[in-house]
Design a protein around this ligand. Structure first.
Ligand code: PAN
Ligand code: ZN
Length: 190
């Protein structure tokens, strides 16, 4: 490999207390309207989109790192608190396109759950809380769910070549849903 092809080292500053990546290169915004098909109660989501003027749902902040084998992608995921007919706000969730790739989520702020499933029907949940790291092994689709009252913010690191496969989740969802009623978190079916 010539000297020109070698990717240059760099540093990224984080405000760990705020859960913020300084100077991200990419800022992805997902509003409530991009969550159609994901919540149990689709009319409640439509009502939120209408009455709340399509509010912000979650954001992803990333550094520009090649989507290639050998690299590690760095992202911060920031998911707003709230519910849709009692179902906690969540990310779309995805398998990695290269299914045999893992990911780590280090939670910086908030409280939530990582809901994970395999194509063969296993489903596991892991608690997310500041300072807790969740390991998402290869082959597990993953979705984060905000069960708290402030934004759920995590630092995510995953292989450069991983990619995202949303199609399967849009069709099948996850076997378990997370609700919050009168301040109590409920996972259904239990
Ligand atoms: C994360 C996710 C991020 C947003 O960076 O992309 O939390 O979730 P969705 O991609 O499901 O909308 C990650 O898991 N990357 O692989
Ligand atoms: Zn992922």
């Amino acid at each position: 490999m010539s000297e020109q092809e070698i990717f240059q080292p760099f540093g990224v500053d984080f405000d760990l207390a705020a859960g913020a990546m300084e100077e991200p290169d990419v800022h992805i915004v997902r509003k409530a309207s991009s969550m159609r098909g994901h919540y149990q109660d689709s009319s409640a989501l439509e009502e939120l989109i209408r009455s709340g003027d399509d509010p912000l749902h979650y954001e992803v902040f990333e550094k520009n790192i090649p989507e290639q084998y050998g690299h590690l992608r760095i992202a911060v995921s920031k998911l707003q608190p709230g519910t849709v007919a009692g179902e906690c706000f969540m990310t779309k969730g995805h398998y990695h396109e290269v299914e045999a790739t893992a990911e780590i989520y280090l939670c910086l702020r908030g409280e939530g759950l990582m809901v994970m499933k395999t194509a063969s029907g296993q489903c596991e949940l892991q608690r997310m809380a500041p300072g807790r790291l969740v390991y998402v092994p290869p082959y597990w689709a993953h979705r984060s769910v905000n069960c708290g009252t402030e934004a759920l913010i995590s630092l995510c690191i995953y292989p450069g070549e991983a990619g995202h496969n949303y199609g399967d989740i849009e069709k099948q969802g996850f076997p378990k849903r997370v609700y919050k009623q009168n301040g109590e978190v409920r996972i259904l079916p239990s």
